[in-house]
Design a protein around this ligand. Structure first.
Ligand code: PA5
Length: 444
């Protein structure tokens, strides 16, 4: 089970301050359970893990197996919550050099629909030319411009290259049960489709088909992922003293109240880069509203110690750091001995590389604490599907609780509309005539 260590926040917020928040955390948990919190029509994630049945997982695995059989590449089209969870888990579990190792036995998983880069899309479609590819089109609203653009391109190319009949088999839609262009298109074309439950918002949807199907297509163990989340669902319902999600939420809140406005999620495994991207969306979009919210940032260490390390050590003291630490490496590699010892590093010869990494982690934490940066450590035993499942639900629950402490609606994202309104006005979308005129006057 995930271990939470908050001891290195003690110089900044006392244990008494954190423990004094316990009644408010319990209140927050009760509000989530009773559905009395703001945004209570989006609480489907709360007991999602325990509601997942073996039959449902079997169906996802069967679809994944069919795609694996018929495709050399599968493009996952989606943005925000409709992409980051799958991307995070697939990256965390894949070989770091998966691109170079592709042996044609399993499809390459690609992502699109998360940007409007003409070069990106041109290069993607060029790469797919002549390939046996399939598409998983993921959009809850079914109207997101980035995803819709990618899907238009990919659908057309897939049909042209593989014929309409095969395209029908290798395009899968994951969308709303009834509404939106993606649903209409899936029903009309007869695609296999999955429903994103009404009461699960995008950034809480990784344990629905949104995350599970791409992860299964990539060949990873979704049973273990769900089992990890189920176990954490139980742990995260425990009383405050034994509940790491509740304690993490309380510690973040105490630090925020003490003026620590930015949380930096640090990892010491490059494979966790996209877990941090997923985490940033989860917390950023959930709590950044009404002029409140901790700004979620991230670094990959030790890499970024050589870029952001200076700022973290000595910049403005409004930050705290949360380290995700993976206890056991999957491989064994020893620091080599070198006869000449020009770099003076022979004292490390014979040690596990992971031991050196762990000492870098501990040394950095201590240095950052000395520099005025409170440190939280979240340890997972291994980087596998089971522990990632735990981590996902742990963060979701902590996020739900923390938003109640802040007094914000965790489950909406009204601010995301502002850029869309301007973009559509600038592009002259029908129905936006007044906005188009106003924005043109503004830019004169
Ligand atoms: O968390 C969210 O709700 C958002 O990030 C959405 O997932 C994102 O905007 C994509 O929306 P949709 O799935 O409707 O295309």
């Amino acid at each position: 089970m995930i271990k939470l260590d908050i001891i290195k926040t003690a110089p900044f917020v006392s244990a008494e301050t954190i423990n004094a928040l316990a009644p408010r955390v319990v209140e927050a948990q009760n509000a989530l359970e009773a559905g009395t919190c703001p945004g209570n029509d989006f609480l489907g994630w709360l007991h999602l893990p325990s509601s997942i049945t073996p039959a449902f997982l079997a169906d996802i695995k069967a679809t994944a197996a069919a795609l694996r059989e018929e495709c050399d590449a599968v493009v996952v089209a989606g943005i925000g919550g409709s992409y980051l969870g799958a991307k995070a888990v697939i990256e965390a579990l894949s070989n770091s050099f998966q691109w170079l190792l592709a042996d044609g036995k399993a499809p390459v998983i690609l992502f699109a629909g998360n940007n409007i880069g003409e070069d990106y899309l041109s290069e993607l479609t060029a790469y797919l030319r002549g390939k046996r590819f399939g598409v998983i089109n993921i959009s809850k609203s079914g109207t997101t411009t980035e995803t819709a653009l990618a899907f238009r391109l990919l659908k057309k190319q897939c049909e042209e290259q593989r014929g309409k009949d095969v395209a029908k088999r290798v395009i899968v839609a994951i969308t709303d049960a009834k509404r939106g262009a993606a649903r209409t298109c899936a029903d009309k074309e007869g695609y296999k489709s999955y429903v994103i439950p009404d009461n699960v918002g995008g950034r809480f949807s990784v344990l629905t088909p949104v995350g599970l199907l791409p992860i299964a297509v990539a060949g990873f163990d979704i049973d273990a992922l769900v089992r990890g989340a189920q176990d954490m669902e139980k742990t995260a319902a425990a009383p405050f003293a034994e509940n790491p999600a509740a304690q993490y939420a309380a510690t973040r809140y105490a630090l925020y109240m003490a003026g620590k406005k930015i949380e930096i999620l640090a990892n010491y495994q490059p494979k966790l880069h996209f877990m941090a991207e997923w985490w940033k969306q989860l917390f950023g979009e959930s709590e950044g509203k009404d002029g409140k919210g901790i700004y979620p940032a991230s670094v990959d260490l030790t890499t970024d110690l050589h870029s952001m390390g200076q700022w973290i050590q000595e910049g403005e003291r409004t930050i705290f750091e949360t380290v995700i630490s993976v206890e056991k490496a999957e491989h064994t590699l020893l620091f080599p001995c070198d006869e000449e010892n020009l770099d003076g590093l022979n004292f490390l010869a014979g040690k596990r590389v992971d031991e050196v990494n762990k000492m870098a982690e501990l040394g950095t934490q201590l240095a950052h604490v000395d520099g005025g940066v409170p440190n939280i450590r979240i340890a997972i035993e291994r980087l596998d599907a089971y522990h990632l499942g735990q981590l996902i639900y742990f963060f979701e629950k902590a996020c739900g609780i923390h938003c109640q402490l802040l007094g914000v609606n965790a489950f909406n994202q009204p601010g995301v509309e502002a850029y869309k309104k301007n973009m559509f006005a600038l592009l002259g979308k029908p129905g936006y005539e007044k906005e188009t005129e106003a924005i043109k006057n503004r830019l004169k």
